[in-house]
Design a protein around this ligand. Structure first.
Ligand code: 4NP
Length: 149
């Protein structure tokens, strides 16, 4: 049985598309299915932010075909692990859970890293360099998580 992993941020156009693309590059697709979603519905149906597409492309990862969607409660049944990019999104997802089994699927992507705040910073309102930094943070976390899947 494949392990199914969902990456979640707010918009599903900056951080979680990168997390989806990066983890997909690390794992065997026969063993692990990876998807992403946003807790907010501002960009449904859109491609990832061009700055995320560009930074991924610069590392040889193509995320341009991803389409933004909103997290919904069916995702609790469809996925084994749900990684939130920051505490705000973690709390938004936990608030939608209807039992302990669903709550236990939700984790912070950076829970085991030594970043003191355990948050992937939101790069949306910043410059290009924010996306490079976010790529590196997510890549390090995904390499670590992939070993546990
Ligand atoms: P993301 O970044 O959560 O990493 O996709 C954001 C994208 C869009 C917005 C906020 C954060 N927005 O408010 O539209």
């Amino acid at each position: 049985m494949k392990t199914k992993v969902l990456m979640v941020c707010l918009g599903n156009i900056c951080r979680s598309p990168l997390a989806e693309g990066i983890l997909k590059c690390i794992v065997n697709p026969e063993d692990v299915f990876v998807d992403s979603a946003g807790t907010g519905g501002y960009h449904i149906g859109q491609s990832p932010d061009p700055r995320s597409i560009d930074v991924a492309k610069s590392k040889g990862i193509d995320i341009s075909n991803q389409i933004c969607r909103k997290f919904n409660t069916r995702d609790f049944d469809r996925f084994d692990v749900i990684y939130a990019m920051d505490k705000e999104n973690y709390n938004s997802i936990i608030n939608l859970a209807s039992n302990l089994t669903q709550q236990n699927k939700v984790r912070l992507l950076l829970s085991e890293t030594d970043r003191s705040d355990h948050e992937v910073p939101d790069p949306y309102y910043g410059g290009e360099d924010g996306f490079e930094k976010v790529f590196q943070i997510i890549e390090a976390a995904c390499k670590h998580k992939a070993k546990l899947l």
